[in-house]
Ligand binder design. Sequence first.
Ligand SMILES: C[S@@+](CC[C@H](N)C(=O)[O-])C[C@H]1O[C@@H](n2cnc3c(N)ncnc32)[C@H](O)[C@@H]1O
Length: 287
Amino acid sequence: MRESGNAVPDIDILLDLSHLYNVTINEMLEDIDLLRELTGKETRHSGIAYFVPEQEREYNIAWATKMKNGKWVNHNWEYTRKVNPSMDNVGKQIASYDGIILEIGTGPGGGYMPYILKANPDATIIISDLSPTVISEWKNFLDKTVDSPNLYYAVFDFCAMPFKNNSIDIISDGGGIGNCDGEKSQALKEAYRVLKPGGKLITSTGFVNKETLAALPGEVQNVLIEKRPDIFEDLYEDTVLAGFSKIDSVISGCWYTDDDDSAIADLARSLGVNLKFTSYTRYCTKE
Ligand SMILES: C[S@@+](CC[C@H](N)C(=O)[O-])C[C@H]1O[C@@H](n2cnc3c(N)ncnc32)[C@H](O)[C@@H]1O
């Protein structure tokens, strides 16, 4: 069979690609179909759709190597198998909505994706991140562990999503926008644009509230305000400006920078403080 000029690829080419990328032809066709339909763009046929260069960004290589060598994805998945009432509950809610779920900024922790799969192993989820290593790590791991035909993998910047307007049912985000490489306000605008009317963005992150700031030494306050003004934003205004009109926020707890190794945690340590972040989950509907 030769190319007929429409969307049916030549079987020999598919076989060659399948050997080259070590994926099944079914995987390639599913990847082509769903992501081509949602984006209107050609994607690479490797089981992972790339909308940015396939190579890890230079500044991220050290982190990505640490994540890969340390098998963070495996360890984090194990952690998500334990009972976690708050995350399990959000995972169940997301899984209860019908349709295509887009997990953005999946990261080595997986955001809400592991909890959605705990509630419904057959959920349709596009697992995405800007880091190609994050996505290949998750694909390698989930192919062995879950082996669901309903999981899709895409590498893109969530501040410039490849999806068509009004194409996605649910966007879930467990701390991706909060750790955004780019403008958080732009990420929220993109989420609004790609969601279908009635679609939902479920996003969680944390911020340093006014009381916590006021209790810090004046010198520390000044440095933090100058260097990391973003940590004081709860993103509510940006969410409204993005277009969301129905917004419910639930405070879910707190975390301390001494417990993690992020850039802000390093900054806090260098200033001799253990910063408290108040965390929340926000349910935003596109009406
Ligand atoms: C450090 S993680 C934390 C949250 C993550 N959901 C988790 O559970 O690990 C943040 C992730 O967001 C991704 N990210 C940051 N900015 C992004 C952007 N503009 N587009 C897509 N992914 C982004 C990073 O590559 C990283 O994997």
